[in-house]
Design a binder for this molecule. Structure first.
Ligand code: ARG
Length: 478
């Protein structure tokens, strides 16, 4: 037990072989506790399961197992109270072990029978990823739902849809917003696959070659909720594919946020003026009093660089490593934790910006210029049997005429339009409203009211439910 006077010296797990102690510079380089202390809940959880496995293998008596388990509970309580913050230990595994020694004395030395930090860290990290995947998934889902809610209220709002940054065809505001929800639905799928890949049990692998003690790994697997037992102890101690897969999924989410952010930055600009960000999500300029800056969206765009570099960083770290554990792997957490933290900070802010922005229907309407009906005219000619290429050419002449005269299609002299093609004047007269134009695109996935309503329905169900682990450990995709 600690008396609180002087902190005990850090316990080294490998002291016996060495006469001298680690140089201070080497120790500073080697230490990972500042980073990996956040793995303590997973480390304690895995330790509890390991106690049961050792009991099952006859390494611990029932009373020893009870004492260690109770000790681990007290260790968890101390860690929860923040004892890790200024602990001197090398890493989280050493820390948990030292605390256990303080709680139960020399008996703690039995816990590491057949266990190595190599299978421990792989186990902790996989457990951590499974929790983090679920948390990121919840945030992705919440953002998707916020976009759909806004879309539902924006179904009557019309604005130009853009390609190449040019006004192209009239569309619904809902349709534009939903185009950013589909990527999030795909992200959820990817997260499910990541969770499934991570759901493999390393514990029992030992340092690299398995355990000489008859551990029931199947029981261990169910106790920790993994879907499978890793097929090779050598592979699983050095395998960080699941981290790379998670980072890829995170990089894609960040990429999607950057595109959403980028588009909304345009729409919020003075030039477009289609949306206005709420005060809570806009910042002022230190010099220009009139400015209203979309910093949240700009940062959402920027964070993608950071998360993507995490993915390339990790993959660069892994390349060329032999199978089994190498200390290089200690660095995996810098990329992983940073990417998860970055997204968990970005997603709620973007969601808030979406939930609170206001739309400016007049500015959207003002951007709908007559030329956006050109495709409708061409479609009209096609319906009367004119080949599309010819229709395109004929309507192109109408567009040029309108541009030269500075007139809308409807205001052009009838005889000049008829001279281009006899059917055109009638088509111009029957173009109808913007709403009519949008409703003409009623194919599945199109921008008509019914198509948009259908998208909302499909996306709501894609965002329903949570990623979860079935009792057998398998990851259930929503
Ligand atoms: N701190 C190490 C890591 O994060 C734990 C595993 C160390 N294993 C070892 N044999 N030194 O990777």
């Amino acid at each position: 037990m600690t008396d609180g006077a002087t902190p005990p010296p850090p316990r080294r797990l490998w002291g016996g072989r060495f006469a001298g102690s680690l140089d201070e510079t080497a120790d500073r380089l080697n230490r990972s506790l500042p980073l990996d202390q956040r793995l303590w809940p997973q480390d304690v959880r895995a330790a509890r399961a390991w106690v049961a496995a050792l009991r099952g293998a006859g390494v611990l008596t029932a009373s020893e197992a009870r004492t260690i388990a109770a000790g681990l509970n007290r260790v968890a309580a101390r860690l929860d109270g923040g004892v890790a913050a200024d602990a001197p230990d090398e890493d989280v595994h050493t820390l948990v072990e030292r605390l256990l020694f303080e709680e139960v004395g020399e008996l703690a030395g039995k816990l590491n029978t057949g266990r190595s930090r190599n299978d421990q860290v792989a186990t902790d990290l996989r457990l951590w990823c499974l929790d983090a995947v679920a948390e990121v998934d919840r945030e992705v889902t919440a953002l998707g739902i916020a976009l759909i809610d806004r879309a539902e209220h924006g179904i009557d709002l019309l604005l130009p849809g853009y390609t190449h940054g040019q006004r192209a065809q009239p569309v619904r505001w809902a349709y534009v917003l939903l185009a950013h929800v589909w990527p999030l639905a795909r992200d959820r799928h990817r997260l499910g696959a990541v969770a499934d890949g991570a759901s493999e049990l390393p514990l029992g692998a030992g340092a690299l070659a398995g355990s000489g003690i008859a551990i029931d790994r199947e029981k261990l697997r169910t106790a920790l909720g993994f879907a499978r037992i890793a097929g090779s102890s050598l592979d699983v101690t050095g395998d960080r594919d699941f981290v790379a897969e998670f980072l890829f999924a995170l990089a894609m989410i960040a990429l999607h946020l950057s595109r959403l952010g980028g588009e909304l930055i345009n729409y919020a600009s003075s030039e477009y003026g289609f949306v206005r960000l709420a005060d809570g999500y806009s910042t002022g300029s230190s010099l220009l009093p009139q400015k209203r800056n979309p910093d949240v969206l700009e940062l959402a765009r920027a964070k993608s660089a950071r998360v993507t570099s995490g993915l390339t960083g990790l993959m660069t770290l892994l390349r060329g490593l032999p199978s089994g554990y190498s200390k290089d792997l200690q660095e995996d957490k810098t990329y992983l934790f940073d990417a998860v933290d970055t997204l968990l900070a970005t997603l709620p802010a973007v969601r808030g910006a979406i939930e609170t922005l206001t739309t400016c229907p007049e500015r959207m309407a003002a951007a709908l210029d007559g030329g956006l009906m050109a495709t409708d005219l061409a479609d009209g000619l096609v319906a009367s049997g004119v080949p599309f290429r010819e229709a395109h050419e004929l309507v192109g002449r109408v567009v040029r005429l309108a541009e030269e005269r500075g007139l809308t299609f409807g205001a052009l002299p009838a005889h000049e339009v008829t001279a281009i093609h006899p059917l055109l004047q009638g088509l111009v007269a029957s173009l109808g409203s913007w709403e009519h134009s949008v409703e003409r695109r009623a194919t599945p996935g199109g921008s008509s009211r019914a198509s948009v309503a259908r998208q909302i329905e499909v996306l709501r169900s894609a965002l329903a439910g949570q990623l979860r682990q079935a009792p057998g450990g398998q990851i259930v995709l929503p």
